[in-house]
Design a protein around this ligand. Structure first.
Ligand code: FAD
Length: 684
């Protein structure tokens, strides 16, 4: 029987309806509950996006390492939940700012813009905020409609403490914007970031209730993402097993080729082979790893003084303990679909994936727990007792410090203690993904020279494993213990047992043998453009890393008949036989550079009085002053907490004594060196 045109039309409509029903629109990218009128990434117009998604508040982040980003998401979620104000959280790099001032007049009922601003390097904006600050300074002239708040993330041991947070407030208010509440100052240097944030946020909420007449509600978890267990299996090629980004999942031949071509950045790393790794310490309890990443098969480039970002994964022990306390051990390989319920929210997890892959590769599970997390996880406690205890900890700063922070507990440890081992099976996995910080790359000062090692990047990383008094476990760092495990496996060391172990082969064996995802971050820590300029380098401990690169550069220049200036390096460690990094290499550099290189060592534990690099600087005061007079550049690398500030103070003292000037003139002289870029710091 032939179908006429009408029948065909009806049939087509039925087929279309069936397709829509069964795919829930996913064929063209629409998932349940989504308003996709202006999804993330399709427009840079703030007013358009906010209006289309019916948002009444905006949180923007300027983030370098991801911490400001995590806090901004946390804030946006709580703000929305507490005041029932639909809030969008976004990356400053994703929008244009021409109509920043019009948000309040164009969108009915719009309440507030909140900035989370980190400060990077020597008072610089994070990469994602460079254009924003450029716009503010050079193009923007009126922000008189803007009502904003700001939380700065900084480190008080740095000269330019919270410089960008302060700048955000001063620049916006200069343009007529109104600051609501006070600038929040989060201080990583004192280790109080979390408490500083909580105090600022609580204060701001009180002000908002008052000034904007906002009504506050009890905080209940409102998911912004949806997790569904999938029919796919761990063997399905489209499932992420922890690949660093989706380009690494099931690539075509052509796509696989482009994986080596870059560009490589914080969204797409290069999977670099580690060709050499070795132990630099001579100790049973302390370790420092030298690792060489081969970049010859890629377009990855660096220049001497840059930083290498290493993308780690969590240890087996931490992953299994975490899955266990959530009652997910049996289901670790189950595939889950992770979908956003809000088109402006973009989970930092590749979907589909498995429970284990998410925990191992995308979540920061082993670091300190935040008090806010404990307060909010209480609602899912498996026992009344655990619930009461978690709620109490969430509210009591001192108790939280005593029971959690001072015991170096991570999330799994804490959940375990709170419930006495009873599994927390009621925590939605969406809550875990939304509340636990995402696993971030760790940065390392590159210890090779791009002139001497064109095809390799070297790093020098001290392994973080600490046994604290009255703490029943060894506290470990994620990336450095991974490097330690690689070193042990690569060199077939069998007589050393690592505190934690890793899946070195990685998702689908892609990290075998001995590969890690990396990208390079350009730094401003650079040698003088004229190789004949003398340099003074202060680099105790792993602070010596970039100076090894500088010296290797000068060795290569000398071999190319380029005349180099003097390099005076101050290196410090505990003693000459345990942790004297690159001891033998320095002998070789001395031979090659002759009088153009001098190493001054300070061993803190070889004499009754502790001797540090600062003491050695004082001994060489005259020479330091003369070299600076000859145009030398002064570099400091390593510990930001004490050393960098002490070194600066010692330099001021040297100027006072050698140049016979007052403290204020000497201080100005050192400041001036910074302005001229002749005093550079690479500290962490
Ligand atoms: P993480 O997992 O980040 O842990 C950080 C610290 O927290 C560790 O000390 C860890 O023991 C502790 N910790 C873990 N769990 C808990 C808990 N539950 N409670 C409390 N504390 C806990 N480092 C180098 O060694 N060499 C370099 O050349 C170098 N260059 C750097 C350059 C820059 C620009 C920056 C920003 C940092 C640099 N660092 C360098 C530091 C490096 O980036 C890492 O921070 C460091 O190696 C630790 O990384 P991790 O993943 O091993 O530790």
């Amino acid at each position: 029987m032939a179908l006429d045109t009408l029948d065909l039309g009806v049939l087509a409509a039925i087929v279309l309806a069936i397709v829509i029903y069964f795919t829930k629109g996913s064929l063209w990218g629409k998932s349940d509950g989504e308003d996709v009128s202006v999804p993330r990434g399709s427009s840079r117009d703030l007013v358009e996006i906010l209006a289309a998604n019916n948002k009444k508040a905006l949180v923007l982040f300027a983030s370098q390492t991801g911490t400001a980003e995590d806090y901004s998401h946390k804030f946006a979620k709580e703000f929305q939940s507490r005041f029932s104000i639909p809030t969008m959280c976004g990356d400053l790099a994703d929008y244009d700012y021409e109509n920043l001032n019009e948000i309040f007049t164009s969108i009915d009922g719009f309440q507030l813009v909140v900035f989370f601003t980190a400060t990077y390097g020597e008072g610089e904006p994070p990469d994602n905020a460079v254009e924003f600050f450029d716009y503010l300074e050079n193009e923007c002239d009126d922000l008189s409609n803007l009502k904003f708040s700001c939380f700065g993330l900084g480190n008080s041991t740095y000269e330019f403490y919270n410089a960008m947070g302060k700048k955000t407030v001063s620049t916006l208010t200069e343009k007529g914007a109104t600051l609501v509440g006070e600038l929040g100052l989060g201080d990583d240097g004192r280790g109080t970031m979390d408490e500083d944030y909580m105090a600022w946020k609580d204060g701001l909420f009180d002000i908002l209730k008052d000034q904007l007449s906002l009504e506050e509600h009890e905080l209940v978890y409102e998911p912004q993402i949806k997790i569904e267990e999938s029919v796919l299996t761990i063997d399905s090629p489209e499932v992420s097993l922890g690949e660093p980004d989706d380009k690494y999942i099931n690539p075509s031949q052509e796509e696989a080729q482009s994986l080596n071509e870059g560009p490589f950045d914080h969204t797409h790393p290069y999977l670099a082979p580690i060709t050499v790794s070795r132990e630099l310490f001579n100790s049973d309890s302390r370790h420092c790893i030298h690792a060489e990443f081969d970049i010859s098969d890629s377009n990855l480039k660096y220049t001497t003084g840059d930083h290498l970002a290493i993308w780690p994964s969590n240890s087996n022990e931490h992953v299994f303990k975490f899955l266990d306390i959530l009652g997910l051990s049996e289901k670790k390989d189950v595939v889950i679909d992770i979908k956003s319920l809000d088109p402006t929210v973009h989970p930092h997890v590749i979907s589909p994936s498995t429970y284990e892959a998410v925990v191992r590769h995308y979540l920061e599970i082993s670091g300190p727990v935040s008090r806010q997390f404990v307060g909010s996880v209480a609602q899912f406690a498996p026992t009344e007792q655990a619930k009461a205890h978690a709620s109490k900890l969430g509210k009591d700063k001192a108790l939280f410090h005593e029971e959690v922070t001072s015991r170096y507990l991570n999330i799994a440890d804490l959940l375990h203690v709170l419930s006495d081992g009873v599994k927390w099976t009621s925590i939605p996995f969406a809550f875990i993904i939304e509340s636990v910080a995402h696993l971030q790359p760790r940065y390392y000062s590159i210890s090779s020279s791009s002139l001497s090692e064109k095809q390799a990047i070297h790093v020098t990383a001290v392994v973080e494993q600490e046994k604290y008094p009255n703490v029943d476990h060894i506290v470990t760092g994620v990336a450095t213990n991974l490097l330690f495990n690689i070193q042990l496996a690569q060199n077939k060391v069998s007589n050393v047992k690592p505190v934690v172990t890793y899946d070195l082969a990685g998702p689908r064996q892609k990290f075998a043998p001995f590969k890690l995802p990396v990208h390079v971050r350009r730094s401003t820590f650079k040698l003088p453009s004229n190789p004949a300029t003398p340099i003074i380098c202060i680099g105790p401990g792993t602070g010596v890393a970039p100076f090894r690169g500088f010296i290797r550069e000068r060795v290569a220049q000398t071999a190319n008949d380029i005349s180099v200036g003097k390099t005076l390096l101050f290196f410090g460690c505990r003693n000459s036989s345990e942790d004297f990094l690159y001891k033998d290499e320095f002998v070789d550099y001395s031979k090659k550079l002759g009088e153009k290189f001098e190493l001054v060592t300070a061993f803190s534990r070889e004499t009754a009085e502790k001797v540090y690099v600062q003491h050695k600087m004082l001994e060489r005061a005259k020479e330091i002053s003369e070299l600076l007079n000859d145009g030398a550049f002064f570099y400091v690398c390593g510990d930001a907490a004490r050393m960098a500030r002490d070194v600066q103070n010692v330099l001021i003292r040297i100027m006072m004594s050698e140049r016979k000037v007052t403290e204020s003139i000497a201080t100005d002289m050192v400041k001036n060196l910074r302005v001229l870029n002749r005093y550079q710091e690479d500290v962490w």
